[in-house]
Design a protein around this ligand. Sequence first.
Ligand SMILES: Nc1ncnc2c1ncn2[C@@H]1O[C@H](COP(=O)(O)OP(=O)(O)OP(=O)(O)O)[C@@H](O)[C@H]1O
Length: 810
Amino acid sequence: MAEQPAPGSTRDAAVTAPDGSAGADAAAGDAAAVAVEQSYLDRLYGRLDELRGDAQGRLSGALRQVGNTPSERAERESVVRDANDQVAMLGAVEQGLCFGRLDFADGAEPPRYVGRIGIFDEANGYEPLLVDWRAPAARPFYLATAAAPDGVRRRRHLDTRGRRVVEVTDEVLDLDDAAHAGHEGLTGEATLLAALSRSRTGRMRDIVDTIQAEQDRVIRAPLAGMLVVQGGPGTGKTAVALHRAAYLLYTYREQLTRQGVLLVGPHRTFLRYIEHVLPALAETGVLARTVGELFPGVATAVEEEPEAGLVKGATSMVEVLRAAVADRQRVPDEPVEVLIDDSHQGFGFQHDTVVLEPETVAAARDRARRTTRPHNLAREVFVAEVVDSLGWQVAQRLGDDPYADQALGGNDAPGEGTLLLNEGDVAEIRRELATDSRLAAALDELWPTLTPQQLLTDLYASDDRLAAAAPALPEARRALLRRDPGAPWTVSDVPLLDEAAELLGVDDRARREREERLRRRRIEYAEGVLEVAAGSMSQEFEDEETEVLEVTDALTAEQLAERQVEADRRTAAERAAVDRQWTFGHVIVDEAQELSPMAWRALMRRCPTRSLTVVGDVAQTADESGTRTWADTFAPYVDGRLRTAELATSYRTPAEILAVAARLLAHIDPTLTPPRAVRDTGDEPWFRCVPSDLIATEVADTVRTEAAEVGDGRVGVIVPAGRATAVTAAVRTVVPDAASGDDADLERGVAVLTARQAKGLEFDTVLVVAPDEIVTESRRGYSDLYVALTRTTNRLGVIHSGQLPAGLEA
Ligand SMILES: Nc1ncnc2c1ncn2[C@@H]1O[C@H](COP(=O)(O)OP(=O)(O)OP(=O)(O)O)[C@@H](O)[C@H]1O
């Protein structure tokens, strides 16, 4: 049994035997402790197997059901889904099911075991056998210290492989010996350091057994409001964000299952890197998206040119888009004649002509705009106004007193003087005009129904449209927005499409009318059913004097019709994935410093309650329109009510490497404090200078040796974008399956990435190539290099040809 001090715990306490009594022989204590925990673990896994059996049984039973009616089928589907989720969840917690035990000071309470899920002893009054790590009862496992033990005498970490206990490590919380405390503030130091020095697999692991106190406070912060977590590289922001998602889903289960949780990450490779963490924490219902995927129907990973990204990311684009929409609401310079095409038999004005006078159109446009409805919805008002006015025009012509002057072109205002048709006739004429296809086409020219994609495509494709929509933008910046129709959407376009969708609105009248027709049909059918039921009742009870409650007393046709509607069984995440307007119960944003102000607007629309967790590091901001200070970024949304937290300990990057990174940080922002490392490795980072044209071969040779060195671990090669192709080709001569690019498969041993592609990731060994070029490639080049240097968990090598950037030189 490895014994280690907790902060303020005894370093030299007597070895504790598994039953809590002091023992003299450490080795015997070890074996005995392991044996005791093994037998408890066996019991837990036995119970887990039973639970799995039950869930599997429910699943098989439901699958055997056929379901004769729609509601039976829906019921079956729901049971299958629940049982399936249960089977998957119970499967996912197999590894590391139980990882901790708390023993209490007064001995009054039995030991409390902490694990991935809660397990109860059904046969014994539902006594807890295992406490879910998210339950309040598990909290002392993460927070108890000798100074504030919360009743805990001993915290034990169980190290397991599969179903076997390999080792137990105890921390005895003893204030008397606090002077001997180990690394200040660390919980379960030995277990933590063992976890940190394990080689990487290309997939992020959960940290459920070694969450640190500063992280625990963020994870369990209340749901409401906006929480911003600033932390340097490797401080566990991603880990904390994911564990917070699991915690919130557990604690606010009902609300969040209904509304869903959205997790936004920087790129697809990153989302794949973290995708196993939540299932291992027994949670699956989180929708994970990049900003480029936030607009259903458009999925893009195409990066924008930095200059254009800066223009597109600024909130001034809101005005540009508003003006672009207004520009599509046209008034003709001259009267427009429209030949009425359809056969309007009633009044015989087929093949007649109506004239769209500029004043008429302008008045209709003003009226429609005054409604402040989105463009596509205000169109209805515009059309009605024009048709109204044309109705008078036609009515006057058709119904004129033959002896009066010609109406059109004269001074007659509608309704004045000589009209022979009555109100009903005029209404009929309007109805006919409203369905005329040529008039509709003419009105489309003046106020078209638009999709966001159409609006943006047309805007980008035309200098005139851009000039009309963005008069305040200097011409050179406007030119950055130009793109040909059909060019792929970029990540920076996505928030603009979303903004455009808001301005345009969706004209869903056809859908609503269809649904209303269906609803009426269901009610008619239900009325029939109720009539039959009522008829049969009155016959049966004809002779009885007693008052009988009839079916129609308890149930209306509307209620019965409602019951016929099949419930939508999809999860919130599934529904939210296809619904742009879905609003989430909570939104978590990782690498949040990269989001532009326009992207924040799009996200805030998805979270009107402002229940958000935002994690990031302003020193790592690479995007030109990303965050410099959190307070400025969120000032428009939270009105000073921002909760902030800081994570100050880097769990990933060893002290030797953080020392170099800290020198670079001073160039990025001297006011920022570098995180402190939790460990050192004794391995100093190395620098090697080679001629520029030999860099790729030098990298390849080094990859060969480093890959051999890390064994099962991972090597990351971080390159300037300009060298990515050449270095990847060279590396593949020694490691043919080396991953690279936007969609890199990190489970391969070696990956060649740019600093931006490596954002959020980590490797056992990192080679940074041509750091001077990384710095000069972008305006935020120092931040890119800072990201590159801090991706390693162990070793760092720098291969360069010229002068090292300031901060890196010896
Ligand atoms: N309490 C912990 N126990 C064990 N490992 C931890 C703990 N906290 C963080 N780690 C590990 O440290 C590494 C860095 O964590 P993470 O990626 O969450 O940091 P980050 O702050 O998001 O980093 P960056 O900003 O550089 O992307 C990961 O391997 C993570 O598992």
